[in-house]
Design a protein around this ligand. Structure first.
Ligand SMILES: [Zn+2]
Length: 246
């Protein structure tokens, strides 16, 4: 059976002398693993398209037990990321995150757009990395069913105040008036507004907001903590990225 879709290579492994297995985040089939036959049997333009971070128009063949890449026409290979180890490390972490959270063999258009937009912005280098990382983390959490409830205080329904407390365990907010002894993390309204924007805005506008440098640090910290609390997994690529940044 032949399938056409577009997808981003989020992982690659070599198997045997010439063959490679790649993990793809595709628009129509979510996460799939596919074989790329040796260099001789695949057109050369398909080779770069099937390397890590290659985004291409794919033609896949579904064999008995595996997918095989029949053709891959490159659309974007994010070449700019390869020259900067820190950016590349962050890109690889986002790939590992997508591999963990995106659905298998089911439509994943929004995950793919989020990844492509994140990689574009990361390549451009105009937005700070902690900002991009936080947006990608929190939005991906929302897409995969871990959306926090940031609408209002879970006690009295108030929308704001000078600050509110965020409970990373259940993803709820509580105002200072309602908070008991278990308060959670205090967040200023700038950070809460940013988190609301990331969770509730339409896909095209996710990255369209600004935040002070100080608040970006808090946002980055809280988004990562929320993700790690709920995913309960060690991301090697995240550890590596943090080592580079420290
Ligand atoms: Zn309240």
């Amino acid at each position: 059976m032949n399938m056409n879709t577009d997808g981003l290579v989020i992982k690659e492994n070599t198997t045997g002398e010439n063959d490679r297995v790649i993990t793809l985040l595709t628009r129509d089939y979510g996460i799939i693993r596919a074989f790329v036959r040796g260099a001789k049997s695949i057109k050369s333009r398909s080779v770069s398209a099937t390397q890590l971070l290659g985004y291409s128009k794919l033609s896949l063949y579904k064999g008995k037990d595996a997918y095989i890449v029949d053709d891959a026409q490159p659309r974007e290979i994010f070449f700019g990321l390869r020259g900067d180890i820190e950016r590349l490390a962050l890109a690889q972490y986002l790939c590992e995150l997508a591999a963990e959270l995106a659905p298998r063999e089911a439509e994943a258009a929004e995950y793919l757009s989020l990844m492509l937009n994140s990689l574009h912005l990361l390549t451009e280098g105009k937005r700070p990395q902690p900002f991009l990382k936080a947006v990608a983390e929190l939005r991906m959490m929302c897409l995969s069913g871990y959306m926090p409830d940031l609408v209002a205080c879970s006690g009295c329904g108030a929308f704001g105040g000078d600050y509110m407390y965020f409970n990373i365990e259940d993803g709820s907010l509580i105002c200072s008036g309602c908070a008991g002894r278990e308060k959670g993390r205090p967040l200023g309204m700038g950070v809460i507004t940013a988190m609301r924007h990331i969770c509730y805005s339409e896909p095209k506008k996710i990255f369209s907001f600004t935040l002070s440098d100080e608040s970006q640090k808090v946002l980055a910290d809280i988004c990562e903590a929320y993700l790690l609390m709920h995913i309960q997994k060690k991301f090697k690529t995240l550890d590596f990225y943090k080592q580079l940044r420290s």
